[in-house]
Design a protein around this ligand. Structure first.
Ligand code: ZN
Length: 177
């Protein structure tokens, strides 16, 4: 079932999500939720979705980059993957910026600098603990999605207020050739 994506201003986007109970991984309720997140992500055309964005207060993120949208630049192909209780560790301070967008802040994007070398630890749908190092744009995607679990939106991280733009104005005035 496609769920409604909460938009900025909804107070539940600002709450700290709870760890997903490990004993519920694989339950019918769990499978339905992940199925809904998958459908909702697909329909939205996004590459990542965090459970709080559909008003579910748990630390769950789904990412799919398989038909990687060119507007996000170079992203490795990641088939639909569920990240349960993900934890990000920043491996070094080197940062770089990209224009980010968010399903909860439609039609707007902003230039955000984030560390580009991270590790993500999470539990899989089959209850296995996994680790992955991510660089560049993928590191940005993970940090953006995991921020949602702590009630943080990308707009909070904007440093240069001149670099917030609607999509149309972005195409007109902010595209770097
Ligand atoms: Zn977002």
């Amino acid at each position: 079932m496609i769920r409604t994506i909460l938009r900025m201003g909804h107070p539940n986007l600002r709450k700290i999500a709870k760890p997903y109970p490990e004993d519920q991984i694989g339950s019918q309720k769990f499978c339905e939720l992940i199925g809904d997140m998958r459908e909702t992500l697909k329909q939205s055309g996004g590459i990542g979705l965090a459970a709080p964005q559909i008003d579910v207060p748990y630390r769950l993120v789904v990412i799919e980059t398989s038909d990687s949208k060119s507007r996000y630049g170079d992203l490795p192909t990641i088939p639909f993957t569920t990240f349960i209780n993900p934890v990000i560790t920043i491996l070094d301070d080197r940062s770089s910026g990209v224009w980010e967008g968010c399903l909860s802040i439609p039609d707007i994007r902003a230039f955000i600098e984030r560390p580009q070398n991270i590790r993500i630890d999470w539990m899989t749908e089959t209850g296995q603990q996994k680790t992955l190092n991510a660089q560049g744009l993928l590191a940005t995607v993970f940090q953006h999605e995991c921020d949602h679990l702590d009630g943080t939106l990308f707009i909070d991280r904007v440093e240069d207020k001149n670099k917030i733009s609607f999509d149309d104005e972005f195409d007109l005035y902010h595209q770097t050739p």
